[in-house]
Design a protein around this ligand. Structure first.
Ligand code: MTE
Length: 307
């Protein structure tokens, strides 16, 4: 049956899909009993964690939304594609090569990475450049703990993060949206900042594939696309890395990509955001609310030019 939409309804008035799903889930939970609502998603393994720094006084986004509303273009460009398509990703065995300008390059197995440093719980605000945000209880360890092991040379100025490119399991690689593999980068001091982590889990359990299993970057004062998923290589380099989004559309995605309500993306305002699960918009905070911790990294830089 063909249903016509009233022409006077604005797209913004239509219930966002995940809010609709949340309402539908709540209705089903009412029918099936509260136990259904409390049931966790099909998670793989509990992690032994310690409480970390940077607590937030904000409610975490529902686990169901964190694990179903995703960007992971190797598994499709639709928000709900990765949850379905990334099931095929095998995350064991897995290794991450750390190489480039360092005294002790090394290939780390995932088991070794899980034991490299205490796995901390860190709840961070995450802001996507598309205008939505979440609060996610990550499990991870500071990137600095890993970099210390390989001893960066004085000539190393940047860190490049290269992610998995496996056409056997990633149908999205057939679509040339980006120049694969997905690559991200940070300045070395940004990578060594205590807020920057390599996440291996969320909500106390190992990451699911759609969230970047088995190991991904999390840099909470930058837009979500800096968070490279399913990392296979980390390189210490002298020149600013060519990052996937910057190569695809340099006028839209700069290298720094710091959350900044005063610098709009050409297609989306960055002044406000919609927290997934909420209906009203919130004001976006400078550096996503982490200005006290990170503003000094950018002293003297024109953030309108170096976006
Ligand atoms: N990493 C890879 N390898 N491929 C991707 O498409 N998308 C990025 C980032 N990391 C992406 C990626 C974008 S645009 C965002 S917003 C975040 O992952 C989303 O992470 P989440 O789905 O776990 O919230």
């Amino acid at each position: 049956m063909l249903i016509r939409r009233r022409p006077d309804i604005q797209p913004s008035e239509i219930t966002p899909r995940e809010v609709y799903r949340q309402r539908r889930d709540l209705m089903r939970a009412g029918l099936a009993g509260a136990a259904w609502l409390a049931a966790p998603a099909a998670f793989s393994a509990k992690l032994a964690t310690v409480p970390g720094p940077y607590k937030l006084d904000e409610s975490p986004t529902r686990l169901k939304d964190v694990t179903s509303y995703n960007n992971y273009y190797e598994f499709g460009t639709g928000k709900y594609d990765p949850e379905e398509n990334a099931k095929a990703l095998k995350t064991r065995p897995w290794s991450v090569a750390v190489e480039g300008l360092c005294a002790k390059p090394k290939v780390f197995g995932i088991e070794e990475l899980l034991k490299l440093a205490p796995l901390e719980e860190r709840t961070y605000r995450m802001r996507c450049v598309e205008g939505w945000s979440m609060v996610i209880p990550w499990v991870g360890f500071p990137i600095s703990a890993l970099l210390k092991q390989v001893q960066p040379l004085g000539s190393a100025k940047y860190v490049e993060f290269v992610t998995l490119e496996d056409p056997k399991v990633m149908p999205g690689l057939r679509v040339p949206v980006l120049d694969w593999p997905y690559v991200e980068g940070l300045r070395l001091d940004e990578a060594n900042h205590p807020l920057s982590i390599l996440a291996v889990g969320l909500y106390g359990e190992e990451l699911l594939p759609q969230n970047g299993a088995p190991i991904r970057l999390v840099v909470p004062w930058k837009y979500g696309f800096k968070s490279a998923k399913s990392i296979v290589k980390i390189r210490l380099v002298e020149q600013m890395p060519k990052t996937a989004w910057n190569v695809a559309a340099p006028q839209e995605y700069g290298f720094y990509s710091n959350v900044n309500p005063n610098v709009d993306h050409p297609r989306w305002s960055q002044a406000t955001e919609r927290r997934i699960g909420e209906l009203t918009k919130r004001k976006t905070l400078m550096f996503n609310g982490y200005a006290n911790e990170v503003a000094s990294l950018y002293t003297g830089m024109d953030l309108k030019k170096l976006y």
